[in-house]
Design a protein around this ligand. Structure first.
Ligand code: KIV
Ligand code: ZN
Length: 518
């Protein structure tokens, strides 16, 4: 059943996207201003209703990112997070105020565990502070959301009192988070029904949920809450977020769409942009999507068994409950060859969500594309994304790779010779290691004078065949900061060196930002 055909007798569920705020709280998922802006543009294409752009008081960098998005992005409400105090709310408003439809999102915990151990406040004090904060925010804008942090582990009668009071104080959205991912679906739905029945002025606000995935139940809990009456869900692309993450937007939206026969709601999400959005989030954050992940995993529409393949060839719906085209997955996404021109490349970049590149950026992508097309016969979307990542979505490059030569074999001492630009100065050296990648990393660490710890290393091939580009993801730690880096190249050692250097550049950028803000 198509979503549009049944819209008229269904109610809308608003999608509040927090990829740029809670999603960024995934370990290692720090995004810079340019990356956040690009993602915000993609979220508008997806037609999310609200973009939570960040937490303005958290740092000068966060403030600037929220302001940049609020000032320039049209077509979605832009929210900024603020704890329940004047200073946070003032900072949020300062960042948001030029926006088309800004929302202040203020939060305060309501569970006894948080009151006793974290806030050291009584319930009466919390109630008073929540009301005062919402009134302060409502003095700036009528679009105010209040979240009762750890709501699912709170005394429900207390949450009802707080919600009733903050609606009177001017809150128009009330969020009931399962902050610790503790709730079970039937229990969570019961809590929502209780709120609906026991808050006398609930009809003056939209009830929302925000679920974490600690027990793998974030999507199930969000669905249960929708069926119990909530009309806003907070979610992230690929389900990234604090700890085990948040409700995965693509899973929730496709469940509502695919099971339109069982649910009485719709969303405005333009599902054909889901695949590109998922890829963009993964490439910007460096957090890979697990192959068996629902909707956007590499295997989500792959049929391995002969019986299944035969069935799908005869009639797609025998084993497919969704049409891959509905999430923007085109079969055999062969895009360009070595004879393709700049215009074809620009068209494909636009389809991938990179329609606003400057002429210089298109030129550098085109240059790299031609170089790679000479080596690879066929170019896929994933190859282009890998180039984009290197050429466009970039952070300042303190360290740049000039050249790398590696020697290895079963009877050779693995050795790598590396030439780098470090802050514009050419340096070179060579080191031995247990393998060619180890020797390359040792040489790079020596040349950059860095002592980071490698936490994770994964290598995969971006597309098929022996001429495929190899993609390397690394996770690196230094002084308590964890970052990721990714690199792609037909030569796997070069891909690894690029990934490592990207991570070191991110660490360097973070260190400089921290110093600037302290
Ligand atoms: O998980 C949570 O409770 C949050 C709130 C700030 C909404 O992220
Ligand atoms: Zn959260």
């Amino acid at each position: 059943m198509s979503q549009t055909s049944v819209k008229s007798d269904k109610e809308k569920v608003f999608i509040f996207d927090t990829t740029l705020r809670d999603g960024e709280q995934s370990p290692g998922a720090t995004m810079n201003m340019q990356e956040k802006f690009r993602l915000a543009q993609q979220l508008v294409k997806l037609q999310v209703d609200v973009i939570e752009a960040g937490f303005p008081i958290a740092s000068a960098g966060d403030f600037d990112c929220v302001k940049n998005i609020a000032d320039h992005i049209k077509g979605a409400q832009i929210a900024g997070l603020a704890r329940a105090n004047k200073k946070d709310i003032d900072a949020a408003w300062e960042a948001l105020k030029k926006g088309e439809n800004p929302r202040i999102h203020t939060f305060l915990a309501t569970s006894d565990i948080h009151l006793k151990h974290k806030l050291k406040m009584s319930r009466e004090q919390v109630l008073e502070l929540a009301v005062a904060s919402v009134k302060h925010a409502a003095g700036y804008t009528p679009n105010v959301e209040f979240s009762a942090e750890d709501a699912s582990r709170s005394d429900l009668d207390f949450v009802c009192r707080v919600f009733e009071a903050v609606i009177d104080a001017g809150a128009t959205t009330l969020n009931f988070p399962d902050t610790t991912g503790y709730a079970l679906p039937d229990e969570f739905a019961g809590q929502i029904r209780y709120l609906m029945e026991n808050i006398p002025n609930i009809d003056k606000a939209i009830l929302s949920v925000h679920c974490h995935n600690d027990l793998g139940l974030a999507v199930a809990n969000s669905l249960a809450a929708i069926n119990a009456g909530v009309r806003q869900v907070e979610s992230t692309i690929n389900g990234i977020g604090e700890r085990a993450g948040n409700t995965a937007m693509e899973e929730l939206v496709m469940a509502l769409r695919t099971r339109g026969d069982r649910v009485s709601v719709y969303t405005d999400i333009a599902t054909e942009h889901i695949h590109a959005s998922s890829r963009m989030v993964s490439s910007i954050t460096g957090i890979p999507v697990q192959p068996n992940k629902a909707i956007v995993g590499a295997n989500a529409f792959a049929h391995e068994s002969g019986i299944h393949q035969d069935g799908v060839l005869k009639e797609r719906t025998t084993y497919e409950i969704m049409d891959p085209c509905d999430i923007g997955l085109t079969k055999g996404n062969l895009v360009l060859g070595k004879h393709s021109g700049r215009h074809a490349l620009k068209d494909r970049l636009k389809a991938l969500g990179y329609g606003n590149l400057t002429d210089d950026e298109v030129n550098s992508v085109f240059h790299r594309f031609k170089e790679l097309a000479d080596v690879k016969k066929e170019m896929f979307d994933e190859d282009l994304e890998a180039i984009l990542l290197d050429e466009v979505v970039r952070i300042p490059e303190t360290y740049q790779l000039l050249s790398l030569g590696a020697m290895s074999g079963n009877k050779t001492m693995p050795t790598s010779a590396v030439q780098l630009l470090v802050e514009g100065k050419e340096v070179q050296d060579a080191e031995i290691g247990v393998g060619p990648i180890d020797s390359a990393f040792r040489t790079i660490a020596k040349l950059t004078g860095t002592t980071s710890k490698l936490l994770y290393f994964a290598v995969s091939s971006i597309t098929g065949g022996t001429d495929a580009q190899g993609e390397v993801m690394v996770r690196v730690e230094d002084e308590g900061k964890i970052v990721v880096g990714q690199g792609a190249d037909p030569d796997i050692i070069t891909a690894a060196a690029k990934a490592y250097l990207k991570a070191l550049n991110r660490l360097d950028y973070l260190k400089k930002e921290t110093k600037k803000n302290s």
